[in-house]
Design a protein around this ligand. Structure first.
Ligand code: PEP
Ligand code: MG
Length: 570
């Protein structure tokens, strides 16, 4: 028995014999003569064309996964046709007189360096798409058939160094029981696809390619990231039991999906979804949400170089509102840092980006960008109810400046005769200790609050949320956070302003009773977490949640609060 540990993409438990996808090809450095340059570029162009046609075929024959495949194929074809990939490879062939495969590999390595310098993991992981497009192109150049993903993969655990999202789709279509790969990331398209399809997938499983033999019996836990090859009887039984318990829990969650989100004593709780692209909204609505509580607009344009125009943003906002089918949507204005979407902007976030020019600070320094986004949002209001949310506000002056710019934007729209709604609610994200401590002042001057606990925890405990060495200091249940939440919720209540929570805390069902006891009635989270949080809401009695908060407030450490919260029963 071999036990390997990776990271779970989010769902399911699968078992089956291991079957390997072909390993990556490694083109050798090959030099060409000056008068072969033209022919080599023609070869590259033919390969680009053939890869493109290949992907199109895949999309045309996607069967039940048509929508998600089309979306991915469109994104991958855009990468294939982008100047960053093919043009750069052509330039290298011309300048350095090298073979096309080697040129593509060099371009990918250069892009890998550029992406690895980005701070935001979600944007960094978009490199996975570039890599899988380039891999396909290299295989075409070598005239190597893609590893045939056929019915031989049915009921198997597919193992790969790196799994592309299109391969994940093909494997799902032929009935694979799960996937495991050496590399990958939680917000990569492959992980998103696996979650959307409900296929168990563990990535970052170091040693899986060499540590597992073809046909070994393998268990993959898509939640914990465990991969066990050739399990002994006791381990197999434990996994079977785990799978049965999970299926039962999912059955209960599925049963409440379209039930109302109310506590045992009948208090209604609003559950929303956080989305990162217009395409995600329709799926989010299927999870039983009643609003879209956070559109991370900067991530809608993350994998591109140029900034979106007002018209493009307007079209995307309208698409989102239509997909939300009349439910309210909260659009957060660009939360740009030096990594997200910054390539179209000339700015330096400073020596410490987390404390530098980011979020609303950057929008206020880039008035053309900010105004274009506001214009698009005010204009989109005709399509459905929407609210505008300002990220990383730390002073009331920032809010006032935003109000003044919004008023100016609306005046311009009126002058231009463009339809818009000047009364859109303008809200503030509470993500910094200064905003939390002055939530009453902010609440008095804005229309609603939304608590971003991811940043609030980072800034309160002065622990970089991306620094793995500080993971132990990332403490959602630290007494400082509980006190901050109590302060924010009571400020909102006194000012009679709606307050929501859209950080990761909202999606953890073990925190639901505590947050309800603190007074929260509106949560927003990744859509796939909604059913489990709804289940938690429906089994919470408010009086018991309030008693839980009273007990928690008397404790002095994260560990103590966590123990109490995990042992709580309504
Ligand atoms: C947060 O900080 O909690 C939040 C929701 O914003 P983001 O995770 O995008 O920083
Ligand atoms: Mg934040």
């Amino acid at each position: 028995m071999r036990h390997l540990q990776g990271i779970g993409a989010g769902t399911g438990l699968g078992v089956g014999p291991a079957r390997f996808l072909a390993l990556q090809l490694d083109p050798a450095e090959r030099h060409i003569a000056e008068n072969d340059v033209g022919a080599e570029i023609d070869r590259l162009d033919a390969a680009v064309e053939s890869s493109d046609a290949d992907m199109q075929r895949l999309s045309d024959h996607a069967g039940p996964t048509q929508n998600i495949t089309r979306e991915l194929v469109d994104a991958h074809r855009a990468i294939l046709g982008s100047p960053e990939l093919a043009d750069s490879a052509r330039t290298l062939i011309r300048r350095r007189r090298i073979g096309a495969e080697w040129a593509v590999r060099l371009v990918v390595e250069e892009l890998r360096r550029a992406f690895s310098e980005l701070h935001d993991e979600r944007v960094r992981e978009r490199f996975e798409d570039v890599e899988s497009v380039a891999e396909r192109l290299i295989k075409t150049l070598f005239a190597v058939q893609d590893p045939v993903i056929d019915s031989e993969f049915a009921h198997t655990i597919a193992i790969a160094e790196q799994l592309s999202p299109l391969e994940a789709l093909e494997l799902y279509n032929v009935g694979a029981a799960g996937f495991a790969s050496e590399h990958g990331g939680p917000t990569s398209h492959t992980a998103i696809v696996a979650r959307a399809l409900g296929v168990p997938y563990a990535f970052g499983v170091h040693g899986v390619v060499n540590g597992v033999n073809p046909s070994d019996l393998v268990w993959v836990d898509g939640t914990t990231g465990e991969v066990v090859a050739e399990p002994d009887l006791a381990t197999s039984r434990a996994f079977e039991a785990r799978r049965a318990a999970r299926i039962e829990r999912e059955r209960v969650e599925e049963a409440v999906r379209f039930e109302p989100s109310v506590t045992l004593d009948g208090t209604a709780v609003s559950l929303g979804a956080n989305v990162e692209s217009p395409d995600e909204v329709a799926t989010a609505m299927e999870s039983g949400v009643d609003h879209i509580g956070l559109v991370r607009t900067e991530l809608c344009y993350a994998n591109r170089r140029e900034l979106p125009s007002e018209e493009e943003q307007l079209a995307d906002a309208c698409r989102i509102l239509r997909a939300a089918r009349g439910c309210p949507v909260t659009f957060r204005t660009f939360d740009i840092s030096d990594d997200k979407l910054s390539r179209g902007l000339e700015f330096d976030s400073g020596p410490n980006p987390a404390l530098g020019l980011r979020g609303i600070r950057l929008s206020l320094k880039a008035p053309a960008l900010f105004s274009a986004q506001l214009r698009a949002l005010y204009r989109a209001a005709a399509v459905g109810p929407l609210k505008i949310l300002l990220p990383l506000v730390s002073t009331v002056e920032e809010l006032r400046q935003c109000r003044a710019i919004s008023a100016e934007v609306c005046r311009d729209l009126s002058r231009a005769g463009l339809a818009h709604d000047p009364k859109l609610p303008l809200g503030v994200m509470i993500e910094t200790p200064s905003a939390a401590l002055t939530a009453d002042h902010l609440a008095a001057e804005c229309d609603f609050l939304s608590v971003g606990t991811n940043d609030l925890i980072q800034y309160s405990l002065a622990a970089d949320r991306k620094n793995e060495d500080l993971a132990a200091l990332y403490q959602p249940l630290h007494p400082s956070i509980l006190r901050a939440l109590e302060l924010i919720f009571s400020a909102a209540r006194r000012a009679q302003r709606p307050v929501s929570l859209c950080g990761d805390m909202a999606g953890d069902p073990s925190f639901t009773a505590l947050l309800l006891g603190l007074g929260l009635r509106s949560f927003s989270m990744p859509w796939r977490l909604v059913p489990s949080v709804k289940s938690a809401v429906r089994s919470t009695k408010l009086s018991s949640a309030v008693a839980l908060v009273e007990a928690a407030m008397g404790l002095t450490s994260h560990e103590e609060v966590k123990k109490l919260v995990l042992s709580h029963k309504s």
